[in-house]
Design a protein around this ligand. Structure first.
Ligand code: NAD
Ligand code: 89Y
Length: 343
């Protein structure tokens, strides 16, 4: 039997609704307090999810307490201050991606929560999508031997800017917002990275940052992967938000194709499975893949607290993914190979 985990959530914007639905589905969790500095959003979400304790000031909420963990669903510029406040209040933390604006901030945040002796997980949910998880498990289970090549690809023209207008405004876009997930999947599949090269470009003239990035990764395991991301790719059927994967291994090959079809080929033959994510009652297509992964990562978080193990996507683990993001931008800016370890 689990004890009830009381959670406070900060940030009642576009994505937080998914997090609140996910928590509602977990019997061992209760969201007891909400915070957003925008009073209207706070009240709309508080009413929708019947949460009475509401704050426009996170410091005030932390001071009043009454919860054991905080779920930070704000955009990145607020993350360092909120994570450090949570650490000072002695709370477990789950924080949205991108975890921090700089690697230095991220290191301070990880150390602050470690000093408090609490668990810190980054809401790095793409590797928890059930189709992606099926690939990770097949690979880790040795289905195609040792991988030597991979392509992890996300190409779409879906309009993400209407729901998340801030994505059109930043100097950085696709690597920081979306590529971060795809790089993290590559790490989950092939391990940490010694060298990366990247090219970027902006195709959509109505946004500020890059919307196309192509990255070549050399992993310490000896595998090479191509991570390619685009929000400027018009194709039918539109595959948002699917990550397509192909992997060559010493004993076979594996592909996660559009439509959530997983094919594993090896000497004994070829097997194709439908690994479509379920449509949860509160989810809607095409977001259901991402929405299901929210529920899965939240379950992982509660399991980690219950058993005392570190989350797979812990704050410390995420330093490697953030280093890859920084290294990709540096490589593109300086037209050179970058070792993420130099950052
Ligand atoms: P949003 O702008 O719609 O919502 C953020 C909310 O946080 C706003 O209501 C804002 O008022 C509030 N806020 C900001 N700073 C605050 C502070 N210091 N105290 C209290 N409230 C504060 O943003 P969003 O689109 O919901 O994105 C939030 C985060 O989720 C981003 O980091 C984004 O990258 C991430 N995201 C993740 C996924 C995923 O699949 N993991 C998908 C979409 C968005
Ligand atoms: O913000 C992004 C994310 O994390 O997943 C998809 C997204 O909503 C738009 O790129």
């Amino acid at each position: 039997m689990c004890r009830m985990l009381k959670i406070a959530l900060i940030g009642c914007g576009f994505f937080a609704q998914n997090q609140l639905h996910g928590w509602e589905d977990l019997e061992s969790v209760e969201v007891v307090a909400l915070c957003d500095r925008d009073r209207n959003r706070l009240d709309a979400v508080g009413d929708a999810f019947r949460i009475a304790r509401r704050y426009t000031d996170a410091a005030e909420m932390f001071a009043e307490g009454g919860f054991g963990a905080v779920d930070i669903a704000t955009t990145v510029s607020s993350h360092r201050a909120l994570v450090e406040m949570a650490a000072d209040a002695g709370l477990h933390v789950i924080c949205q991606k991108p975890f921090a604006q700089t690697l230095t901030d991220a290191r301070h945040m990880v150390e602050a929560v470690e000093r408090a002796g609490k668990t810190l997980m980054v809401h790095e949910n793409f590797r928890w999508q059930s189709p992606v998880r099926a690939v990770i498990e097949a690979l880790r289970g040795g289905a195609i031997g040792t991988p030597f090549f991979g392509r992890v690809s996300f190409r779409s023209a879906y309009d993400v800017f209407s729901g998340q207008p801030y994505l059109a405004e930043g100097e950085r876009f696709i690597i920081e917002d979306l590529g971060i997930h795809i790089l993290d999947i590559s790490r989950a599949l092939f391990g940490d990275v010694d060298r990366i090269t990247a090219t970027t470009r902006r195709v959509n003239p109505r946004i500020r940052g890059e919307d196309v990035a192509t990255m070549l990764l050399s992993h310490a395991s000896g595998a090479t992967s191509v991570v390619d991301c685009s929000y400027a790719t018009r194709r039918m059927p539109e595959t948002f938000p699917e990550t397509l994967i192909e992997i060559d291994g010493t004993e076979g090959a594996l592909r996660l194709d559009a439509g959530y079809r997983l094919t594993i080929q090896k000497r004994g033959g070829t097997e194709t499975r439908d690994v479509s994510p379920p449509l949860l009652p509160w989810a809607e297509k095409p977001w259901h893949n991402i929405q299901e992964s929210v529920a899965i990562i939240q379950r992982h978080f509660t399991e980690c607290l219950r058993t005392g193990i570190q989350p797979e996507t812990s704050g410390r683990d995420n330093l490697q993914t953030l280093a890859l993001v920084e290294a990709a931008y540096r490589s593109a800016a300086e037209a050179r190979i970058v070792d993420p370890g130099e950052l």
